[in-house]
Structure formats: structure tokens, C-alpha cells
Design a protein around this ligand. Structure first.
Ligand code: ZN
Length: 492
């Protein structure tokens, strides 16, 4: 496509229009409280048999009363605070009335016009180094409904999920591409884990989202009719679905058609969108204030305490890392992908006196790979920051060479022993004795007359092969730099 400003006339004589997508997201995040929102049933039923974590309250039996779980209110407020929403001192529960088999009460307790969070935003960093401000339009707490499982000729109901606490939030239509939408979901998932309010495990349905998608001419400010893609539970599938919908809308408009406000379902297997039945409008829900519950109140002191208890947030930490430690933004991004990893990095810097950049490289290049191979989380490692600091220092001092250091990272974790002890027991110390290095070099030269002749006839690259031979003879312990210098000297 051509850029705006130097638009060219198409061969058909028609100007090519450049489009931009306008995307808003609606996200549900399951809070990680022990019990449900209005009863003492276990909230997390993952892996449990159907209908085993239920009681008269969450299944809506007559004569029962809901009791709000304070932890849900605090975690909801905590998430609101982390999104720069105003935490309201008084908010209300409302009844959202609709009939569906997996909603035994016939209504869902949610929040409507006066919810726990008001406003808010995320300054989302984009690939090109700029940021996109994504505003939060709504943020409230509510209970989840149950699950309907469709089997041939049968419909099965599992009420375990009834009353599981959720935060629902809706963004303004501020995102401009499928990739930006994916980046936003990615950030939100990280944030929820970072502040400890949700596992946000999308595979287990603990975070799911819908996307509202429309297109318009690039630079325009109008909002065109939008479609809604429902129930996406993976970032990658969401990205694909939104991309496909943007493409479909452009094709439709280019062909002279109009976009209708459909609700769409993404089929992950066939990678196609299909139309769902039309959706109820808000008025159909007949919202009213929940008569069985008092307003939610949080006094100023409590709100202050909640805000002060928030840790440094991921984006702020990422920016601080680049400034304070002189590492690239890519490195800072990798190191702040989760909070424990970034804490590990700072503990490592507390133990290691060299350059932060060197420590960052060891963490990214060696430790992350090791964790991945062994399937371990950072808090499960035997290789704590002080031990990794020892290894890097041994390399910096020249006590062991770099490749021995890399092996030592793995050995320390696998053998669960102090790195210095392993170096001693296995005799891994770097061979720096020039007499010994020279002796090995001479052996290698004597044993490989062909390669030596090649080197001396001008094939300088052969030196690498000879260095390799000497390194192998030394059991990988020789100082490679000293080997190179010695070989050059002996062969000149
Ligand atoms: Zn219950």
C-alpha cells in the first residue's frame, strides 16, 4: 500500500484508500481468591469433577443470602489501581437479569453504573518505540456463570464456575491493529500476575476476551459500525481472528458493501469467523441495584493503603532498568516478563560487582534457556542469584573460561552444589600456565602437518581448527586467547 501524502492513482483511475482498524477489548479476568465471591465454596475448580464446589448460595436456592468476599473487593480495587483507575469509595452491586441454563439464579450479580473502578489507562509500548494510550472505559467486579457442555443430544451443566469472582473491563476503541490488541492482552496478563490478583491462565479460561472491530480511512475520526468477536482464550488466536476480521471488512467495503453489527465466533480449527445469533441489547438485562447486598465501601485510608501496597509496575520497572543499568529496551523487556525474574536480576546485581549488562546477558542467554529446558520456574532454581554471581565472577577473573562457565551454570543446577566446589572437584580451572599451553600447541602442530602447511601457505582460517584441537586436548580448560597467541607465535 502507498503512504498517505504520496497517494498514487490506481491503474483503474480510482484512488487507493488506506484503512486503519479501530479496536476495543472487553476482558474477563478470574481473581485468584480462595473462595467464591458470595459464598465459601472453593473458587478454583480446575480439574475438579463437575458440581463438586457448589452450595445453596452459588446455585441460587430460595431463601439464601450472598455475603461479599472482602478479598474479591480488595483484589478488584488493586487491579483498578494498577490501571490508574480511580477506586471509588462507594460502589454498588447490580442485578443483570437474563435467562440461561447455566445461570441458576436467573440473574448475575455484577456492577453497572457505579463500579469499583472509574476511568484508567495503560500506556502501551509499541514495537516502533512509541506508546499508545489505551483508556479503560469500565472496570467492575462480578460473579461468573456456570458452564454448559454440549454433547450430541444432551446439554450438561456444571455449576462449579457459578460465583467465581471476575473483573470485567472494557477499553475505549484505542487500539489500531491486531498486533496492538495482542500486545495489550499480553501486558494485562503480565500485570494481573505481577500484582498477584490472578494466574490469568488463558488455557484454563482464567482470562478471556472479546474484541470490537471496525475500520475507517486512516486518519479519520469517525467510528463506523463494528462487529464483535466473542470468547477468545488465547492471545495468538485473538490476533489471527482480529486480522481476519479486518481483512474481511476491508474487502466488503472495497466491494461497495456495508458492515453490519454482527456478533462473530472464531473457529480455531478452520481459522474462520462465523455469525452468531444476534445479541441482547443492554436494556434487555433490566439492571437494578442488588437488594440483598449493601454498597461496597472503601474508606480513604483503605484506598491509600491499597495503592501504596502496589509494587513497582512492569512498565515503570522496564524503563528504570534501561536507565539505571544501561541495558537495551529489548533486554529490559525480557527481564521484566515476570516479576520474579526481574527481582532475580536485581538480586544478582546486588551480589555481582561487574557491569549490569554482563549479568543481564548471562541471565538471558544462559539462565532462561536452562529454565526452559528443565521446565522450572525461577523461584524453583537451586542456582540462586548469589551462585550465578559466583560463576560470572569466576569467568571475569579468568579462573574459568567462558564455555566452562556456561557448563557450570547447568552443572550447579543439576548437581545442586556450590559452583566453586564443582570447579575444584572436577578440576575445571582455566589452564593459563604458558609452558603447559605451549607444550599442547607443539603436540597439535606435530600431529597435524597438513593443516599446518595450509596455514603457512596463507589459509589463515585454519587457525580456528587448530585452536579447537588444542582446546580439546586441554579438556576445554585452556584460555582460548592464550592458545591463539601461542599458536600464531609457533607457526610464524
Ligand atoms: Zn457456593
Amino acid at each position: 500500500m502507498v503512504k498517505r501524502g504520496d497517494e498514487q492513482t490506481h491503474s483503474s483511475g480510482r484512488n487507493m484508500t488506506q484503512y486503519e482498524a479501530v479496536i476495543g477489548l472487553e476482558i474477563h479476568i478470574q481473581l485468584n481468591t480462595n473462595s467464591k465471591i458470595f459464598c465459601s465454596c472453593k473458587a478454583d475448580s480446575w480439574g475438579d469433577p463437575p458440581n463438586t464446589n457448589i452450595c445453596p448460595v452459588c446455585t441460587g436456592q430460595p431463601g439464601v443470602l450472598p455475603v461479599p468476599n472482602q478479598a474479591v473487593i480488595e483484589k478488584g480495587a488493586r487491579l483498578a489501581g494498577a490501571l490508574h483507575s480511580e477506586i471509588l469509595p462507594v460502589s454498588y452491586f447490580d442485578r443483570k437479569n437474563y435467562f440461561y441454563p447455566d445461570l441458576p439464579k436467573g440473574y448475575q450479580i455484577s456492577q453497572y453504573d457505579i463500579a469499583i473502578g472509574k476511568g484508567g489507562y495503560v500506556d502501551l509500548p509499541l514495537e516502533d518505540g512509541t506508546t499508545r494510550q489505551v483508556r479503560i472505559e469500565k472496570l467492575h467486579i462480578e460473579e461468573d456463570a456456570g458452564k454448559t457442555i454440549h454433547k450430541p443430544g444432551r446439554r450438561l451443566l456444571d455449576f462449579n464456575r457459578c460465583g467465581v469472582p471476575l473483573v470485567e473491563m472494557v477499553t475505549s476503541p484505542d487500539l489500531r491493529s491486531a498486533d496492538e490488541a495482542a500486545a495489550f492482552i499480553h501486558y494485562l496478563r503480565k500485570l494481573a500476575r505481577w500484582i498477584g490478583v490472578s494466574d490469568a491462565d488463558m488455557e484454563k479460561g482464567k482470562m478471556r476476551f472479546d474484541a470490537n472491530v471496525s475500520i475507517r480511512e486512516k486518519g479519520a475520526t469517525i467510528l463506523n459500525p463494528k462487529t464483535e468477536i466473542k470468547n477468545m482464550n488465547s492471545i495468538e488466536h485473538g490476533r489471527e481472528a482480529i486480522k481476519a476480521e479486518i481483512k474481511r471488512q476491508i474487502k466488503e467495503v472495497e466491494a461497495g458493501g456495508i458492515i453490519k453489527s454482527w456478533t462473530l465466533d472464531w473457529n480455531e480449527e478452520t481459522k474462520t469467523l462465523s455469525k452468531m445469533r444476534s445479541k441482547e441489547t443492554e436494556a434487555d438485562y433490566r439492571y437494578f441495584k442488588e437488594p440483598d447486598l449493601l454498597p461496597i465501601t472503601l474508606d480513604q485510608e483503605k484506598i491509600q493503603e491499597l495503592l501504596e501496597s502496589l509494587p513497582e509496575l512492569p512498565l515503570a520497572r522496564e524503563i528504570r532498568f534501561t536507565e539505571e543499568y544501561q541495558i537495551s529496551s529489548k533486554e529490559a523487556q525480557l527481564l521484566t516478563q515476570d516479576r520474579s525474574l526481574s527481582d532475580y536480576f536485581e538480586k544478582l546485581l546486588g551480589e555481582y560487582s561487574g557491569k549490569p549488562k554482563i549479568a543481564a546477558n548471562w541471565l538471558i542467554n544462559d539462565l532462561l534457556g536452562l529454565m526452559n529446558d528443565l521446565g522450572l520456574a525461577i523461584d524453583e532454581l537451586f542456582l540462586t542469584p548469589d551462585k550465578l554471581a559466583q560463576i560470572i565472577t569466576l569467568v571475569d577473573e579468568g579462573s574459568i573460561n567462558t564455555s566452562t562457565g556456561k557448563d557450570l551454570v547447568r552443572k550447579t543446577q543439576e548437581q545442586a552444589k556450590d559452583p566453586r566446589m564443582i570447579v575444584e572437584q572436577e578440576g575445571l580451572a582455566q589452564l593459563t600456565d604458558s609452558g603447559e599451553i605451549e607444550a599442547i600447541c607443539q603436540e597439535v602442530i606435530a600431529a597435524n602437518p597438513d593443516q599446518v602447511a595450509q596455514y603457512q601457505s596463507g589459509k589463515g582460517g585454519v587457525i580456528g581448527w587448530l585452536i579447537g584441537q588444542v582446546m580439546a586436548q586441554s579438556g576445554g580448560k585452556a584460555d582460548p586467547q592464550a592458545v591463539r597467541v601461542t599458536l600464531r607465535k609457533l607457526l610464524s
